[in-house]
Design a protein. Structure first.
Length: 256
């Protein structure tokens, strides 16, 4: 019996050691929020399915998995977004870091849905509240280093209160996370309307964000191509991911 007990204890210790050894180092976490262009609607290609080194995403079941597109799951049409490329660029910038992406964007969500208690107009979700739930789970695995925001298409015709609402959202999330200077990068939406005749007015508001809220930046959509007049194609989403990373790195350097 002693021998069996000893072997059992050894097995338990060995399993515990393996479990400890398998624990992931604390990750640099990034929150991805907004609507469909953040979630991504680009066609998934072979390169988007390759598992990147040291870049993980919190999936629908709140488990960390390799970041392969689509990383969002807001709708069945979710495809290539900017998040995966952003994560790859951040990992390249810091070879010692493991990157954890927290995808929480919801297609068709107005900025008015990104406040506590608010519900999406067409989906049975609460964008802000649901984000906080996933955020708290993710924070057990690391530290939030920044937020990416891509939204505005749903508010293109009512820009008057947008900056105030966006400023309030940033302040609220920074308070929840516990970092009043947390870097926040907003992406511009498509440059022109569906007919390509007039500039998107919402961009004129978003581009002013760094002048209104400290520790923020804007990722340009200049030259990016949409596949339907609204949603960026796969190549453009990858390029946008690089631009998000460039701006995030600049903000992080400024804050050091």
């Amino acid at each position: 019996m002693k021998t069996k007990l000893g072997m059992s204890l050894l097995a338990v210790v060995s399993c515990a050691s393996l479990a400890l050894g398998a624990e992931r180092k604390p990750m640099d976490l990034y929150l991805l929020i907004g609507q469909s262009n953040m979630a991504g609607r680009g066609k998934v290609e072979a390169q988007d399915r390759e598992k990147p080194e040291r870049v993980f995403t919190l999936n629908k079941d709140n488990e960390w998995v390799p970041a392969v597109d689509p990383i969002h799951f807001d709708k069945s049409v979710a495809g290539v977004g900017s998040g995966r490329t952003f994560g790859i660029m951040m990992a390249k910038h810091d070879p010692a870091a493991e990157i954890g992406l927290i995808p929480c964007a919801v297609g068709g969500s107005s900025i008015t849905a990104w406040v506590p208690g608010a519900k999406h107009k067409k989906l049975p979700v609460h964008p802000y509240d649901d984000t906080l739930v996933r955020l708290k789970i993710a924070q057990k695995s690391g530290t939030v280093k920044g937020i990416l925001w891509h939204q505005g298409e749903s508010d293109g015709s009512r820009t008057g209160k947008y900056m105030g609402r966006l400023s309030a959202l940033i302040a609220s999330l920074r308070e929840e996370i516990g970092d009043p200077e947390l870097p926040f990068v907003a992406g511009l939406v498509e440059m022109d309307d569906r007919d390509g005749k007039e500039p998107r007015k919402i961009n004129q508001v978003i581009v002013e964000l760094p002048n209104v809220v400290p520790h923020t930046a804007v990722a340009s959509s200049e030259g990016l191509i949409t596949q339907d007049g609204t949603h960026f194609d796969s190549a453009s989403q990858r390029e946008l991911g690089k631009r998000f990373a460039e701006q995030m790195i600049k903000l992080q350097k400024q804050d050091k």
